[in-house]
Design a protein around this ligand. Structure first.
Ligand code: DAH
Length: 365
């Protein structure tokens, strides 16, 4: 017959054992193992003690039974408490785990041409220019004739033109031929070859002073190569008023170039020819690749051509009804692609229109 004193120490040993095991139980699995070990019907150690009760004399059975039942109750309570504590740390089903690292979403960015265009618009807005666009389908009159390029003018060959099938809409441009009554003149419609066309539209509509910037698409019959696309983008600036001089043109160009290419960029005006300006000048900046000392990019000249410019030709003022004795003005125009190529060191214009993400990704957000 077991000695109750020994049995009591068995109970205390079991209790201590359980406490130690419980303190390191950290998961559902640990709790399940503990439950099995102490309470399972077949092999639990507390269950074994309870079974042992049957073989004890009546008063030992009572005393010993009470102790074992208390132990069993304590173990059950402790396990239930720990299970509840574990449940509290668990996120409810479907809850978001805010500690997970975020999944990266692909992010679009502004096209390099749009960046340059917006930067240019921003620069001119700050200088008080009005920004406006014009029609891409244009009449010969605005694109050529009023810009001092009558129908057989050789300067038209500077820009190979895409003509559209034109309806007979009447108009004035053919009147000088004298052959057809005005109503039957076929107004030659074309895709504008330059944004200069908007000079005429604007001046025909508004009186001086004028200070406008015209960004937009233009079209030419060019084959694709490193520096040509049949559609590209330009911006055109036009300033007209009393006492506007070549110095105003140069100052404006310098302001533009310094903002776009950096304060160290030098500007040079080179005599040139455009039918709608007199005098005309092509504008160069010091080479962005070599800083002006000469390299492959600038063909060892130290300079890169960036735009065409000049003082508005009196014939243009006459065509729009401005008095060339009263007002003067300057104008310039350039390709946005060319600006972007020089600014970002891009050597193939076609890249801008291929939408290859590997190219586009290289520009800042
Ligand atoms: N229209 C010219 C071109 O497309 C650029 C240009 C030259 C614009 C001289 C101007 C200018 O306003 O004065 O090549």
């Amino acid at each position: 017959m077991p000695d109750p004193a020994i049995d009591r120490s068995i109970i205390e040993t079991l209790r201590a054992n359980f406490r130690a095991r419980l303190s390191s139980a950290a998961s559902d699995r640990d709790l399940k193992a503990l439950t099995d070990e102490f309470l399972s019907r077949k092999s639990g150690s507390v269950t074994a003690l309870l079974k042992h009760l049957g073989s004890l004399p009546a008063d030992a059975k009572r005393e010993f039974g009470q102790l074992v039942n208390t132990l069993k109750g304590d173990i059950e309570t402790a396990l239930a408490d720990r299970r509840a504590a574990l449940d509290d740390t668990r996120a409810p089903a479907g809850a978001v785990d805010v500690t997970l690292p975020a999944r990266e979403l692909p992010m679009g960015r502004m096209h390099p041409l749009m960046r340059v265009r917006q930067q240019v618009e921003d620069i001119f807005t700050r200088m008080g220019y009005e920004i406006l666009e014009g029609p891409e389908v244009e009449e010969d009159y605005y694109n050529f004739e009023a810009l001092n390029m009558p129908p057989d003018h050789p300067a038209r060959d500077m820009q190979d033109t895409l003509y559209l099938d034109a309806p007979i809409i009447g108009g004035t441009w053919g009147a000088h031929r004298g052959a057809l009554p005005e109503a039957q003149v076929r107004a030659a419609t074309l895709l504008r070859t330059h944004t200069s066309a908007m000079q005429i539209r604007y001046m025909k509509t508004f009186k001086p002073p004028v200070r406008i910037l015209v960004p937009g698409r233009v079209y030419r019959r060019d084959n694709l190569d490193l520096t040509h696309t049949p559609m590209f983008q330009q911006f055109e600036a036009l300033v007209v008023g009393e006492g506007i001089t070549l110095a105003d043109l140069k100052g404006t160009l310098e302001a533009l170039v310094h903002e776009l290419f950096g304060a160290d960029a030098k500007v040079r005006l080179r005599p040139s020819f455009f039918p709608y300006t007199e005098p005309s000048a092509e504008v160069d900046i010091s080479c962005r690749a070599c800083g002006g000392s000469g390299c492959g990019v600038c063909k060892h000249t130290g300079w890169l051509e960036i735009l065409g410019s000049g003082m508005v030709h009196p014939a243009v003022f006459e065509a729009v009804g401005y008095d060339p004795e009263k007002v003067t003005g300057f104008a310039f125009g350039t390709g946005i692609e060319r600006m972007a190529m020089l600014k970002y060191g891009v050597d193939d214009i076609r890249l801008f229109y291929e939408n290859d993400i590997r190219f586009l990704e290289q520009f800042p957000l």
